[in-house]
Design a protein around this ligand. Structure first.
Ligand code: ADP
Ligand code: MG
Length: 566
């Protein structure tokens, strides 16, 4: 402590570069402070520090971290507590640029594995960003002293001494229950569960928080689809279980179809208590797929959906710089299947119409020989029968899907009803006169291997790999656009993806491994070594990262404009 105080006195009033002197580790009363990275100037991205709580003062109970999802829940909880403490302490910001700011990578509605807090059996580390104060480019030593000797101790005390253990235990128990529902889904051939009482709609189109309780209609399962699950910690829960197979969500416009599907999309992640979706759980390999015209596609076998393109263009290794609605949606499906998705989530609102349907009259006018597209309606059944891939599909516009469906959920004023029998009898009595176009089988899902020359991170003389917000990654001179990768939910995941691509690129430079295999290997390493492993600053402040799913990582690689498949 004294060493740091002396240094700050010595550099007071000097040029900003003199801050580099304070890099290092210091002992405080209840923690060790590590100043890992000092920003270059007051406007640059803030400095990175770690607070290492000492086991003598803060002990980690073994059952907090006896499973990996509990560890994530605990780390998430401590990050939220720290964020809350920062808000309460509300550090004064005197000076230029980021001067005086103190921040942690605060979690949103989802509970993700992230690097903001690391909890091990003998160590807790809190990773913060701090703006080292200056006036112009002159160091404000006294302000810095205040941050290190008053503000940070106050934040640590509020967050951890004493720890609100009752709430921590609640969060652990919730995550036990969420994991129990995930296990239940697997054991009972379900792909999703939506609890009675769940609040699915959000506050607004740009908010991930729940719609206020008095406005929202709580979810209530149709009786025929209701399941009861006994959960750990003395809780029993009831709600709608969606079985494997083909499930339609139908209903009039504005009756809540897309809202239900959105909740299912997000159900691949666990949510915090009070979110409204904390007991909406979806098979964690479920992937939302949509049309994404304009995207690049690199040697994807889209032939199950598209063949006989004009001029005989190959669709078993289909590439384009500018996909159409239907080819992009076909590629999006084949790419998630390559990564092992077992559930597809599709909304007609974001689909290409000609990819989804082709009715009898159109079949008559435009012969199959002249239509490259085999619509999804002719493939959805094969997907399930041959590959065991389930689909949950929002359709308000086409009853042609009735023939293919195992279950039909009808949304009526935000309440789901089981309309399976009705839809089936309509399909029997009101024939659609369509010709099946799907052929004898679905077709092949192929693993591709990226060529090392796909990855050039150089921009000018330096390497540049950087995330910009939720939707963009700068990789060398090219930009990856993730705007339509809808299950990417946190900018910290995007940062992680940028790092992970860079690591995978190095691996591919050394040997040939398929895309799914290489990604699997990387995730096994992360499982073993922790998420810090994907940071270039391993052993120090790793940066603000959150774990994406394999699917979103693959999605980013697939959207890299320089990707080349062997
Ligand atoms: P659809 O896809 O059937 O056209 P949406 O799911 O887009 O309908 O929902 C239409 C509107 O209704 C949205 O503004 C949404 O926030 C709201 N909404 C959806 N579900 C509920 C609910 N359970 N309670 C209250 N409002 C809801
Ligand atoms: Mg809709």
């Amino acid at each position: 402590m004294q060493r740091l105080a002396n240094k700050l006195k010595r550099i007071n009033g000097k040029g900003y570069k003199a801050y580099k002197d304070i890099q290092g580790s210091y002992c405080f009363d209840r923690y060790r402070l590590h100043i890992d990275y000092v920003q270059g100037d007051p406007f640059a991205s803030p400095s990175r520090i770690r607070i290492e709580l000492l086991p003598s003062d803060f002990s980690v109970k073994p059952d907090w971290i006896n499973t990996s999802f509990r560890q994530t829940a605990v780390e998430d909880f401590l990050a939220r507590e720290t964020a809350q403490a920062i808000r309460q302490v509300n550090p004064p910001r005197r000076g230029t640029g980021t001067s005086g700011m103190v921040a942690i990578d605060e979690p949103g509605q989802e509970i993700l594995k992230r690097t903001a807090v690391r909890v091990l059996k003998d160590k807790v580390e809190v990773r913060l960003s701090v703006g080292l104060p200056a006036q112009g480019r002159r160091i404000l030593g006294q302000e810095a002293e205040r941050i290190f000797f008053q503000v940070l101790p106050a934040i640590v005390n509020r967050a951890f001494f004493p720890l609100d253990e009752a709430r921590l235990v609640k969060q652990i128990q919730l995550s036990d229950q969420q994991e129990a529902i995930r296990a239940y889904l697997k054991e009972h051939d379900l792909v999703a569960f939506v609890a009675n009482g769940a609040i699915l709609p959000r506050q607004s189109g740009i908010s991930n928080r729940p719609m206020p309780k008095h406005q929202a209609v709580p979810f209530k399962s149709p009786q025929s689809m209701e399941v009861e699950i006994a959960l750990p910690h003395g809780k029993t829960i009831r709600g709608m279980g969606i079985p494997r197979g083909v499930t339609l969500i139908v209903g009039g416009g504005y009756h809540g179809k897309s809202t239900l599907l959105k909740a299912l999309e997000r159900g691949v992640y666990n949510h915090i208590e009070g979110d409204g979706r904390e007991f909406v759980i979806t098979d964690d390999t479920a992937c939302k797929v949509r049309a994404e015209d304009g995207r690049r596609v690199e040697k994807v076998n889209i032939s199950p959906f598209i063949s006989n393109l004009p001029f005989g263009k190959d669709t078993t290794r289909f590439s384009t710089e500018d996909a159409s609605g239907s080819t992009s949606q076909a590629a999006n499906i084949m790419e998630v299947l390559e990564m092992g998705a077992k559930v597809l989530l599709i909304d007609e609102d974001t689909s290409a119409t000609n990819f989804m349907i082709r009715d009898a009259r159109m079949q008559r006018l435009v012969h199959k020989g002249k239509e490259p597209i085999t619509p999804f309606v002719d493939k959805v059944r094969q997907l399930y029968r041959e590959l065991g891939i389930s689909t949950i599909l929002v359709v308000g516009g086409s009853g042609d899907y009735f023939d293919q469906a195992d279950h039909v959920i009808m949304m009526d004023e935000y309440r789901p009803h089981d309309a399976t029998d009705q839809a089936r009898s309509i399909a029997e009595t009101l024939h659609n006169n369509r010709q099946q176009e799907g052929g004898a089988s679905f077709g092949q899902v192929i693993s591709r291997t990226p060529h090392p020359r796909s990855f050039n991170a150089r921009k000018g003389k330096k390497e540049k790999v950087d995330a910009k917000g939720l939707h963009h990654i700068q990789y060398g001179t090219s930009t990856i656009d993730l705007a339509f990768v809808e299950q990417l939910v946190d900018p910290s995941q995007t940062r992680a993806i940028a790092n992970m691509i860079h690591m995978l690129a190095k691996q591919w430079a050394e040997g040939k491994t398929s895309l799914p295999d290489a990604i699997d290997q990387l995730y096994r390493q992360v499982e073993k070594k922790g998420l810090d492993f994907i940071s270039p600053f391993y052993g120090q402040h790793p940066g603000d990262l959150a774990l994406p799913r394999k699917f979103e990582l693959a999605a980013a690689i697939n959207r890299l404009r320089t990707l080349q498949i062997d």
